[in-house]
Ligand binder design. Structure first.
Ligand code: GDP
Ligand code: MG
Length: 162
């Protein structure tokens, strides 16, 4: 059975863009305007001769109160079903209160986590990403899902924890 890797994080941090980058095609739906409810969607991935199932998350509904709760709850279900987690934060914003809520849940779940600072489109943003060590999830991997920067190193780190 293929191991399962769940991609979790706040809406709009670029989870689906990252999934598309990893798949090498545009399959996960990228939302410029957040607020559309979507379920977890699974995709088969081959990387460096290894196979796993990648699960994109991101369903949320702007009409319902408590975004932090929704993100954490949806992430929690995905994490329960996963062998490892890719936790995506916006590297241009840093860790928010919603991110901290997800981190608490990830700690409780005890699954291996690869921390990704997305939207680091050039070398300048890499220094800012080091601040994310403070989340206590280990090394932050700065990536640009949009341009593909850093995604190879990130995937290697995922394979190491699987
Ligand atoms: P999700 O809600 O976490 O799945 O985020 P999406 O993948 O739908 O992306 C939200 C927005 O962020 C879109 O407008 C993307 O084009 C943009 N985005 C995603 N990744 C990057 C990135 O690496 N760099 C930049 N500059 N924008 C990105
Ligand atoms: Mg998405």
């Amino acid at each position: 059975v293929r191991p399962v890797v769940a991609v979790v994080g706040r809406p709009n941090v670029g989870k689906s863009t990252l999934v598309n980058r990893i798949l090498g095609r545009r399959e996960a739906v990228v939302q410029d305007v957040p607020g559309v409810t979507r379920d977890r969607v699974s995709y088969p991935v081959d990387w460096a001769g290894r196979q796993f199932t990648l699960v994109d998350t991101g369903g949320w509904d702007a009409r319902v109160e408590g975004l932090a709760l929704q993100v954490a709850e949806q992430a929690e279900v995905a994490v329960e079903l996963a062998d490892a987690v890719v936790f995506v934060v916006d590297g241009t914003v840093g860790a928010t209160a919603v991110d901290e809520a997800v981190v608490k849940m990830l700690r409780r779940a005890g699954k291996p986590v690869v921390l990704v600072a997305n939207k680091v489109d050039d070398a300048r943003g890499e220094a800012d990403a080091t601040a994310l060590w403070s989340l206590g999830l280990g090394q932050p991997f700065p990536v640009s899902a949009l341009h593909g920067r850093g995604t190879g190193d990130m995937l290697d780190a995922v394979l190491e924890v699987l």
